[in-house]
Design a protein around this ligand. Structure first.
Ligand code: HH2
Length: 256
């Protein structure tokens, strides 16, 4: 899954793809580099980020989204806002990626009224303060329980299990140690019944492990993506598609 951030303030590439044409070119580049899914997001949810209104989010999203709908790969929209989900689904997007875990009834209703896929991610707290005091007794057990409860709620709303993808939410209200435990315990998520999506690309965990600033985290991120696939991830959400694609091809041939 290639990341297309239509934001001024994303933690690694904020401002680079705000311009409509730059965004479209970047999306097409990610597809040509081998992305199987494009994930378009217009609201940064990095630690410390302030929430964006759905109206402003749609203003950033609509142009590039319309232009990339027929780019040849499924389109995912990364949003926490039900209003944005409804509008994106009206345009025919393939997947909704909700970092707030599909906890709003409106979001569940929007997805239930369509046939799209849905990624349910775990986050402790809200982006503005989530890294202040992450706290768990058993991070893998608690994240797993949250995801289990959400899948039951989605299924009760009529969303078939085959449409659901789970995500432990690396860096969303978690210390480096929590993130490491989650990657190592990936096979326990969803009891192996749902595909798992993982986003590690350029994140502070990579900085923590390598000592590198955000613009020097490609190597660490690529190995992290391979490690996540080794631990059972079905989808890796990445900014550096070409490098990750090469690594995963080699790993598929030699590593398993
Ligand atoms: N991480 C980010 C955003 N959306 N969605 C899922 N499902 N999983 C993730 O790990 C995830 C996500 C953060 O990365 P990015 O979009 O590059 O940064 P920002 O939130 O600053 O735009």
């Amino acid at each position: 899954m290639g990341v297309l951030n239509l934001t001024p303030d994303s933690f690694s590439d904020g401002g680079q793809f705000l311009d409509r044409q730059a965004a479209i070119s970047r999306g097409l580049q990610l597809v040509s580099e081998g992305a199987d899914i494009l994930d378009l997001g217009a609201e940064s949810t990095r630690p410390g980020a302030n929430p964006l209104s759905p109206g402003e989010e749609w203003q950033r999203l609509e142009g590039p989204l319309r232009a990339l709908l027929n780019c040849g790969v499924p389109i995912s929209v990364d949003t926490r806002h039900a209003q944005t989900m409804v509008k994106a689904l009206e345009l025919g997007v393939d997947m909704i990626n909700d970092v707030s875990g599909m906890q709003s009834e409106e979001a569940v209703a929007a997805v239930a009224a369509s046939n799209c896929g849905v990624c349910v991610m775990h986050m402790q707290g809200q982006p503005l303060t989530m890294q202040d005091t992450p706290n768990y007794r058993d991070v893998v057990g608690e994240v797993n329980q949250f995801l289990y409860d959400r899948t039951r709620a989605l299924e009760r709303a009529g969303i078939a299990a085959s449409r659901i993808v789970l995500d432990p939410g690396i860096g969303f209200g978690k210390t480096p140690e929590h993130n490491i435990q989650l990657i190592k315990g990936l096979d326990r998520l969803g009891s192996g019944q749902f595909p798992v999506l993982v986003g590690l690309s350029r994140k502070s965990l990579i900085g923590h492990l390598t000592g590198q600033p955000v613009d020097q985290r490609v190597y660490g991120s690529v190995v992290a993506a391979v490690a996540a696939v080794f631990q059972g991830a079905a989808i890796v959400r990445v900014h550096d598609v070409a490098a990750t694609r090469d690594a995963l091809r080699v790993f598929a041939a030699l590593g398993t």
